[in-house]
Write a protein of this length. Structure first.
Ligand SMILES: C[S@@+](CC[C@H](N)C(=O)[O-])C[C@H]1O[C@@H](n2cnc3c(N)ncnc32)[C@H](O)[C@@H]1O
Length: 292
């Protein structure tokens, strides 16, 4: 579970990944000009280093360079898949669960007729609000909904901010499910089901179980510790993984039918850039589901 008082470091890491990828000329269908604008100076300095194909000198900088480039490679297909799914059917309400430093409300002009509800852990959300204060949303409205999925009532919080149960909603749940326990994921899914009118769409990014991926994560963390750099994964351990089947079953219980469920490795091959992080990409998936 996230600490009650500190903003998410993984949210910064994935935002840095988007900022690195935004500098790549050979990647197709990806753009996120908001990412760099949401970073603090030292975070952007690391992005500048990682945007250079030549690794920096020194072990510490090299570990960070590797981590940001690996993150960028995984983030590109994930972002493209979710953006595509959002554009395919634009609903008047979009709820971004565990929004972190997501820039969609500030960059996707397709959301000009949508109210975007940014749900996040209170500490992460406070941090986001201060970073985003100089940005102008392109969405019709952005409403901030502070919620700890492990403690707070998501349904009540959304309703208090004007979410309407009779209006179709697109739910985006990106990069969050792994950090929640199974019971937190199930409880959140129950609320999503209860607040979804016909025509709602649900887009979930999740991780499948993999011993090799868990080992890779441990190695990366050990290298970060040895390099004496801050470890972005320290406060947010992986708490749940799902197979395509168990995810489908979870969604179906709440009335959602799966439209497609694709692994990031398959999606990455469409983005034009050579694939290096095969294992990480193969373990991440994006499922798109609809409620009729
Ligand atoms: C890796 S970041 C992903 C952020 C964003 N969705 C993205 O892909 O850029 C994980 C996000 O989940 C949020 N999160 C993790 N545990 C949470 C909890 N128990 N309640 C609310 N938010 C949580 C963090 O605050 C953070 O914003």
């Amino acid at each position: 579970m996230k600490s009650a008082t500190t903003a998410s470091r993984t949210a910064v890491l994935v935002c840095q990944g988007r900022a690195v990828a935004d500098t790549w000329d050979d990647v197709e269908r990806f753009a996120d000009p908001t990412a760099a604008r949401l970073l603090l100076d030292d975070e952007q300095a690391a992005v500048d280093l990682a945007s250079d194909d030549a690794p920096p000198p020194g072990w510490g900088l090299r570990v960070e360079w590797e981590m940001l480039r690996a993150t960028a490679e995984v983030i590109v297909p994930r972002t493209v898949a979710i953006d595509d799914a959002l554009r395919e059917q634009v609903n008047a309400q979009v709820v971004i669960l565990g929004a972190g430093l997501d820039g969609r409300a500030w960059r996707m002009t397709e959301l000009a007729g949508s109210d975007v509800f940014e749900v996040d852990h209170p500490a992460s959300q406070q941090d986001k609000r201060s970073r985003a204060r100089d940005l102008s949303p392109v969405a019709r409205d952005v409403r901030f909904v502070p919620v700890d999925f492990g403690r707070d009532d998501l349904g009540e919080a959304l309703t208090a901010q004007g979410h309407r149960v009779e209006v179709a909603t697109t739910w985006v749940w990106e990069g969050v499910v792994p950090y929640l326990s199974r019971s937190e994921v199930e409880a959140t899914m129950r609320v999503i089901g209860d607040l979804s009118a016909a025509g709602s769409r649900l887009i979930v990014n999740y991780q499948v179980p993999s011993a090799k991926a868990a080992l890779g994560r441990l190695v990366m963390r050990a290298m970060t510790t040895l390099s004496r750099r801050p470890d972005p994964l320290a406060g947010e351990p992986t708490r749940s993984t799902w197979t395509a089947l168990t995810m489908r079953e979870l969604l179906e219980v709440h009335g959602y039918a799966v439209v497609r469920d694709v692994d990031l490795l398959t999606l990455a091959t469409d983005t034009g850039r050579p694939v290096r992080q095969r294992r990480s990409l193969a373990n991440g998936r994006v499922v798109v589901a609809e409620l009729s």
